[in-house]
Design a protein around this ligand. Structure first.
Ligand SMILES: NC(=O)C1=CN([C@@H]2O[C@H](COP(=O)(O)OP(=O)(O)OC[C@H]3O[C@@H](n4cnc5c(N)ncnc54)[C@H](O)[C@@H]3O)[C@@H](O)[C@H]2O)C=CC1
Ligand SMILES: O=C(O)C(=O)COP(=O)(O)O
Length: 391
């Protein structure tokens, strides 16, 4: 029986992938084998040593101590692209709300009092205060061309916008999906100087913290729009507020409001709603439940942010999986210990990613505790699991 601790509500469709005869799931589980979560902040949590896998039903993993888990040999899975369409749609909504002054106009309409005739007079008199502008002929800058950024860039093109993208680390898959109509910015400064609206779709990491700052906001033409549905901290909020107050920036759309942002008339605040659609919640939960169960039951690795992809079909024997430092002669030491124990390797897969390597070994026979301890004792081994033969 595997024990799964949930730290947020996870869509039932995802939890159904973990059958009750094999999984005990709950928010109060002690000594869990796996953890499923969304935005719960795990940094201050004492993560039990029983945890073998963590599954983030979403994209961003800045709420998880990934480096610490890597040192423990614990994979952290996420759900790449599973909520990207949901975020894209809210970005477009935010862009339209800002460019058509919908936020202020709705507040005005909701505040009108009187009978139908009075309402009609107020509507016709008041609408001139909310004149907006249309998207075609405007230039959108997209920072980060991953699952979300590519979808936003392609959608903005189809709405008639000129689109400029910036992502020095763009993946081959994203490059394939990106419309050829999206122009490449040579630098962030160049992107800011040519864009009427800018949207960020990068993870919050040291390199991206504060990339939208006072100097860059000044490079934008007057009346610009900033959209941040990625993470608080990617934009320097104080600088954005100052730019809104000076009249240089027209609107700031944010999915991570703060007290100061929420009070500001030119800020459109959403309550971290980007991924909150039924479809995205289901997609994320299913994807990450499959990854976590694949790892717990078979030691396979799909969509981990800190482990190499690793899949080897299961034969009927005992399987061992080992995460270790990516240094020479680890497989040599492992196979020597197995050979000395008289164990034949039926199949073996060894993959590496950065500082970590991961090995799956199917054995012809069973492995005893002493041999497992010898393997654990190899310098550089971070975690080792023995998976019973498939029934
Ligand atoms: N508001 C919400 O509910 C949601 C927010 N997000 C946020 O959006 C972020 C992006 O999500 P996805 O597009 O799914 O991730 P992704 O991993 O597919 O794309 C991120 C892109 O950022 C690029 N990048 C990394 N560092 C960069 C840098 N310094 N400059 C420019 N580009 C850089 C990467 O090369 C990659 O192409 C997530 O990390 C998360 O923080 C994601 C989903 C929902
Ligand atoms: O996937 C992400 O990065 C998100 O920010 C979504 O967060 P949530 O799952 O809605 O708490």
């Amino acid at each position: 029986m595997y024990k799964i601790l949930t730290l947020n509500n996870i869509s039932p469709l995802g939890l159904q992938r973990l059958p009750r005869d094999k999984y005990e799931i709950g928010s109060e589980i002690s000594q869990p084998d796996g953890v499923l979560l969304r935005s719960f902040k795990m940094h201050d949590m004492d993560i039990p040593t029983s945890v073998k896998a963590i599954g983030r039903a979403g994209a961003g993993v800045n709420n998880i101590p990934v480096d610490e888990m890597t040192k423990r040999g614990v994979p952290v899975f996420n759900a790449p692209g599973a909520n990207a369409n949901a975020v894209k749609e809210l970005v477009l909504a935010g862009l339209l709300m800002a460019s058509r002054n919908i936020h202020g106009a709705m507040k005005f309409a909701a505040g009108i009092q009187g009978d139908d005739a009075a309402v009609s007079v107020a509507v016709e008199a008041g609408k001139k205060n909310f004149v907006g502008s249309e998207l075609p002929s405007k230039t959108l800058g997209v920072i980060g061309l991953g699952a979300i950024g590519v979808r936003v860039a392609n959608a903005a093109l189809s709405l008639g916008m000129k689109v400029v993208g910036y992502d020095p680390l763009i993946s081959v898959q994203s490059a394939w999906q990106l419309s050829s109509g999206v122009e490449k910015a040579v630098s962030l400064d160049s992107l800011f100087s040519q864009c009427d609206a800018i949207t960020v779709h990068v993870p919050l990491i040291d390199a991206t913290r504060g990339i939208v700052n006072a100097d860059r906001l000044k490079m934008m033409p007057k009346g610009g729009i900033i959209v941040n549905l990625a993470r608080g901290g990617i934009c320097d909020d104080k600088a954005v507020l100052a730019s809104l107050d000076s009249g240089h920036t027209a609107a700031y759309v944010i999915d991570f409001p703060t007290e100061a942002l929420m009070k500001h008339a030119k800020v459109i605040s959403f309550p971290h709603l980007g991924a909150s659609t039924n479809e995205a919640e289901e997609n994320c939960a299913v994807m990450v439940a499959d990854s976590v169960s694949g790892f717990l039951q078979d030691g396979t690795v799909t969509n981990a942010v800190n482990f190499p992809e690793a899949f080897m079909p299961r034969n009927s024997g005992t399987r061992i999986t080992i995460a270790n430092a990516n240094v020479p002669n680890m497989v040599g030491q492992i196979s020597t210990i197995l050979a000395n124990a008289g164990l034949n390797i039926a199949d073996l897969l060894n993959k590496s990613r950065g500082d970590i390597a991961y090995t799956i070994i199917d054995l012809d026979g069973d492995i005893d505790d002493q041999t497992l301890e010898s393997l654990r004792g190899i310098k550089g081994v971070l975690s080792l699991r023995k998976l019973p033969p498939v029934a």
